[in-house]
Ligand binder design. Structure first.
Ligand SMILES: C[S@@+](CC[C@H](N)C(=O)[O-])C[C@H]1O[C@@H](n2cnc3c(N)ncnc32)[C@H](O)[C@@H]1O
Length: 437
C-alpha cells in the first residue's frame, strides 16, 4: 500500500485511537462509523485509515514494548495524543514497507505541531528515527519466558496466552496467535438453493468487479473474498443470492443435520446468519422460530430475512434465559449460538482481547448455563441441541458440552473446535447433542 495519506488522514486515525483510549466503543463499530462519515475520501485513503488503525490496535502491546525501550518517557506517562501518534507511526515503520520511514517521521512531527505540541516535535522525531534505524532487530522478551515472549510478539494479553498454552502447547498456541494476526478475508455464503453452475456464474460476475474469490476448503458454497470494498454493491447481494457468514458458522448449522420439513428454534439469532441457513435447509415445508433479546436485534434478523427471501421464519423478541413452557418438545433442532467471550473473532474485532478479563469469562459462562437450562426442553425426544460459540475457551466450549450431558438428558454426538491458523475460519466451537427421551 503506497502512501497517499495526508496529515489530515493521519489525524483521523489519531482521533479514532484517542476515542478508543477513552473506551468510547469497540474498534470495529467505530471504524465503520468513521468510514461512513468520510465516505467522500479517495478509496486509497480509506484503505490507509483502515489498515493503520486496525494494525495499530491489534499490535498495541508489541508497539508499546518497543516504545518503552526507545523513548525516555514511558508510554503510560505520555500525553494521550503523542502516545497514539507514536503507536500508529511505529506501526507504519515496522509493518508498511511502502510508506517511507522519513515520510512517517515528518508527518508525525507535522501532526504533533498542528495539535498544539510544537515543543514535542523533537522528541517524536528522535523516538521514530531511532526505531527506524533499529527496525531489522527489534528487541523481544527472552523466548525462555514463553508467556511474556508470545504475549509481546503477538500482542496478546498474558492471561489469554496462559489460557491456551495448556490446551494447545507452545507450538499450537503460536500457530493460533499467528493465525489471529493474519489477513482475514470477508466470507461470502452463497444461497444453498443456487445450483453449482449458478454459483460459479455469480462468482465470475463478482470477480469482474475486482474482488478476488477463493472457494472455502470446508464448504463449496462459501467463498473467501479479498479486495472487497463494499459488500452491498456486489452483483447478487440485493437479490439475496449470498450473505456474509463465516464458514465456521455455516458448518455448525450443517452439523445440526436439519432436514426438509423440520421445526427449528434459534434462541440467540441476530443478525440471522444461522437462522437463514437453517431456513434454507428446512425448506418451505419446515419452520424456524428465530429469537433474540430486543426489538433492535430482531429488526436486524427481519432485514436479512427479507433480503434473502426467506418466508418460513417467525421472528420473536424473547429472553433465552426465561423458560417458555409453550415450546416444550417443540423442535427437531434447537440452535443455541450463545453470547460468548468472542476470543475466536479477535482477528476481526481487534480490541476484544484488551476488554476481556478472566472475570468476564466466568460471568459469560453463567449466562450460557442459564440459556441452556431454560431451553433444553424445547428439543423433542431424539432431537438435536446444537450448542455453539465463537470463542476458544474450554470453559465455554468442551466443558460446557460435558456439563450439558451431566445435567440434562443428552449425549454428545460430535464436537469441533475450529482454530485460526489451522482452519481457514474464525475460532469457533460447536457441539451436537442428542436428546435421549
Ligand atoms: C453470537 S450472537 C448470535 C449470532 C447469530 N446466531 C448468527 O449466526 O448470526 C449472540 C446473540 O445472542 C443474543 N443474546 C444475548 N443475550 C440473550 C438473551 N438473554 N436472550 C436472547 N438472545 C440473547 C445477542 O443479542 C446476540 O445477537
Amino acid at each position: 500500500m503506497s502512501d497517499h495519506a495526508t496529515t489530515d488522514t493521519r489525524e483521523i486515525i489519531v482521533e479514532i485511537l484517542l476515542s478508543l483510549e477513552k473506551g468510547q466503543d469497540f474498534s470495529h463499530k467505530l471504524m465503520k462509523a468513521v468510514l461512513d462519515k468520510y465516505d467522500y475520501l479517495d478509496p486509497r485513503e480509506k484503505a490507509f485509515i483502515k489498515r493503520v488503525t486496525e494494525g495499530t490496535i491489534e499490535r498495541q502491546l508489541e508497539l508499546d514494548y518497543y516504545l518503552d525501550r526507545f523513548s525516555s518517557v514511558p508510554v503510560r506517562k505520555m500525553k494521550p495524543l503523542i502516545r497514539c501518534l507514536l503507536r500508529m507511526s511505529t506501526y507504519q515503520i515496522l509493518y508498511m514497507d511502502a510508506v517511507p520511514d522519513s515520510a512517517v517521521c515528518n508527518e508525525a512531527c507535522k501532526l504533533a505541531a498542528k495539535r498544539g505540541f510544537r515543543t514535542l516535535k523533537g522528541f517524536v522525531n528522535a523516538v521514530l528515527r531511532n526505531i527506524s534505524r533499529s527496525k531489522k532487530q527489534m528487541p523481544l522478551p527472552d523466548p525462555k519466558d514463553t508467556v511474556k515472549h508470545l504475549s509481546i510478539k503477538y500482542s496478546m494479553p498474558e492471561w489469554i496466552v496462559n489460557l491456551w498454552l495448556p490446551a494447545y502447547g507452545r507450538e499450537g498456541t503460536e500457530t493460533l496467535l499467528k493465525g489471529l494476526l493474519s489477513i482475514h478475508p470477508v466470507s461470502l455464503r452463497f444461497s444453498t438453493e443456487l445450483t453449482e453452475a449458478e454459483r460459479e456464474s455469480l462468482a465470475e460476475k463478482i470477480e469482474k468487479t475486482g474482488v478476488r474469490l477463493q472457494q472455502s476448503r470446508e464448504l463449496p458454497y462459501v467463498y473467501l473474498a479479498q479486495n472487497l470494498e463494499n459488500v452491498s454493491e456486489l452483483p447478487g447481494f440485493a437479490e439475496g443470492k449470498f450473505t456474509v457468514q463465516d464458514a465456521s458458522s455455516a458448518l455448525a448449522v450443517e452439523a445440526a443435520g436439519i432436514c426438509p420439513g423440520n421445526t427449528v428454534m434459534d434462541l440467540c439469532a441476530a443478525p440471522g446468519g444461522k437462522t437463514i441457513l437453517a431456513a434454507e435447509f428446512a425448506g418451505e415445508a419446515g419452520h424456524v422460530v428465530s429469537r433474540d433479546i430486543s426489538e433492535y436485534k430482531t429488526d436486524l434478523i427481519r432485514e436479512n430475512l427479507e433480503r434473502m427471501n426467506r418466508r418460513n421464519v417467525e421472528v420473536q423478541v424473547y429472553d433465552a434465559t426465561v423458560h417458555d413452557p409453550e415450546k416444550e418438545k417443540y423442535a427437531d433442532v434447537v440452535l443455541m449460538d450463545v453470547p460468548c467471550s468472542g476470543l475466536g473473532v479477535m482477528g476481526k474485532k481487534r480490541d476484544i482481547k484488551y476488554h476481556a478479563t478472566p472475570e468476564s469469562l466466568q460471568s459469560i459462562t453463567e449466562l450460557q448455563r442459564q440459556i441452556v437450562a431454560a431451553g433444553w426442553q424445547y428439543v423433542k425426544p431424539h432431537g438435536v441441541l446444537l450448542y455453539s460459540t465463537c470463542t476458544i475457551h474450554r470453559g465455554e466450549n468442551q466443558e460446557m458440552a460435558v456439563w450439558i450431558t451431566e445435567n440434562f438428558p443428552f449425549v454428545l454426538e460430535e464436537e469441533r473446535q475450529l482454530l485460526p491458523g489451522t482452519d481457514e475460519t474464525d475460532g469457533f466451537y460447536y457441539a451436537r447433542l442428542r436428546r435421549k427421551a
